[in-house]
Design a protein around this ligand. Structure first.
Ligand code: ADQ
Length: 459
């Protein structure tokens, strides 16, 4: 079996004794790397000095070598905060209005990709299969090819791919499209993203769809496919079963005092629809006096990307909105919305999901959304909760047992909350079973295997 080389912006080092277990993606990639032996390369998360660091820090764990590089402060500002998070992220989430193009940032993005390629190339062996992750590293294959690398290189995009009208507003769209053509396999989360990609290619006359998932553009022929990412379904479900004994979960249960719990868990990001969700919950409470003092909405939201102004502004907006809504609908003995800005370990998170009668997952746009899948996996088969899910999350294309909503439709989402809370046990079980069966069959290990089998069959 060929060695595997994974490249991603950030690298997840194996958990040390007592540390919180990593998420499903890291577990799956570590398992694939352990099986084949290989390298996981990426940014260390540290910035140092003004000159590119000469050497990678190499750490061996079993059959995996973790290869980490620092970046300069300018690199981080231009490549990561600038182009990746302030251009590609909003564009791929259909937010043309939030994209901020700067020549410096664009140049920085391509420069850091070249730097990654130059650090990676000396580590490569002829037969290695290379798997590049996410929007930070689209031009990596172009750089590697220019250095003469002929290995199989695959790319997986974790976030959505927008339609041509959105993508082509970005000044360097052509370099980005050319960048993708240098891979052997380009993987998206959903059929919808793949069709946006193929449609854009053909419509703009820069390539052709040859059928059977093959595309040709810029003189290269490559495969495109969709590979909906899964979670570590079984392990997560076991966390949830065991969590009933966890002290934090027990405290949470006591504190809701028999009220129905609704849960939202998201990084603080404008794509996640948190403000619309709070509006929908407030609307639900106002329209359903029978639920006054009988329901608690817990929103767990670790801060993210605070260095980007939109995110900083959002921290204020959401906190104020939750406070205002509590003021409007709360009573002396009832705080309807609990808003928490912290990260929670996966076993406790699983227990909180299991306590909740409704999982409220309403992004305005999301590549997949793993929270939706985790919520389902954490449920008690005898008394499962209801998933209220945005139709604009990639997960909606698989989780047909959810109540699908349009997150921009505040009243519609409020009605779905009401419907979920009053749903019969029989209907809840039937919907949950369908989703859980799917998640058991399509877990994150399967996702990993499917991608690698298409990238390098028989290797
Ligand atoms: P994200 O945008 O980060 O991922 P998501 O898929 O929901 O979104 O994954 C978030 C992960 O962080 C989940 O595993 C969740 O449990 C965890 N998490 C969130 N809040 C937490 C908290 N307070 N404490 C602890 N853990 C928390 C990107 C794309 C998604 C795609 C994934 C994977 O934007 O669309 O599903 O990659 O491909």
């Amino acid at each position: 079996m060929s060695r595997l080389v994974v490249v991603s912006n950030r690298v997840t080092l194996p958990a040390k004794g007592g540390a919180a277990p990593a998420g499903g993606l890291a577990v799956a990639l570590q398992a694939a790397l352990e099986e084949r032996g290989g390298i996981w390369m990426g940014w260390s998360g540290k910035s140092s000095g003004t000159k590119d660091p000469e050497v990678l820090s190499l750490q061996e764990h079993g059959k995996i070598t973790y290869a980490l590089t620092d970046l300069t402060k300018t690199d981080v500002e231009e490549y990561y905060e600038g182009f990746a998070n302030r251009v590609l992220w909003p564009i791929c989430h259909y937010r043309l209005d939030l994209a901020e193009y700067g020549r410096k940032e664009m140049a920085g993005y391509f420069r850091v990709n070249r730097f990654f390629a130059h650090r990676l190339a000396p580590l490569l062996e002829e037969d290695d299969v290379i798997w590049v992750h996410d929007y930070h590293l689209i031009p990596l294959a172009t750089e590697l090819r220019q250095m003469g690398v002929k290995n199989k290189i695959g790319f997986f995009l974790h976030i959505p791919w927008p339609p041509a009208d959105v993508l082509f507003a970005m000044p360097v769209h052509e370099e980005i499209m050319r960048g993708l053509s240098h891979y052997d396999l380009v993987g998206f989360q959903t059929d919808h993203d793949l069709s946006n990609f193929g449609g854009g290619l053909v419509r703009e006359g820069i390539g052709e769809a040859l059928g059977d998932g093959l595309f040709t553009s810029y003189g290269r022929t490559f495969k495109g496919g969709f590979y909906p990412i899964g979670i570590e379904t079984k392990a997560f479900s076991e966390f949830a079963t065991k969590a009933a004994r966890n002290i934090m979960v027990r405290k949470a249960r006591q504190s809701i005092e028999g009220r129905d719990l609704i849960i939202g868990v998201d990084r603080l990001d404008y794509s996640k629809g948190i403000t619309q969700r709070i509006d929908a919950f407030e609307h639900f409470v106002k329209n359903n006096p029978g639920y006054h003092n009988k329901v608690t909405y817990l929103q767990i939201t670790p801060k993210s990307r605070s260095e980007v102004p939109e995110y900083e502004a959002m921290q204020r907006t959401v906190a104020e909105q939750a406070g205002r809504a509590n003021g409007a609908i709360g009573t002396v003995d009832w705080v309807p919305i609990r808003y928490i800005n912290r990260s929670i370990g996966r076993p406790v998170l699983a227990g909180l999901y299991r306590l909740a009668k409704i999982g409220l997952v309403t992004p305005l746009r999301d590549g997949m959304n793993l929270v939706a899948k985790e919520y389902v996996a954490a449920q008690d088969p005898d008394d499962p909760g209801v998933l209220v899910l945005s139709r604009f999350a990639g997960a909606a294309r698989e989780l047909k047992g959810a109540l699908l909503v349009n997150p921009y439709d505040i009243e519609g989402t409020a009605n779905a909350i009401a419907r979920g809370l009053s749903m019969s046990l029989e209907e809840r079980q039937e919907r949950w079973r369908r989703m859980m069966d799917h998640l058991l069959e399509h877990d994150v290990m399967r996702w990993c295997d499917d991608f690698l089998a298409d990238l390098a069959p028989g290797r």
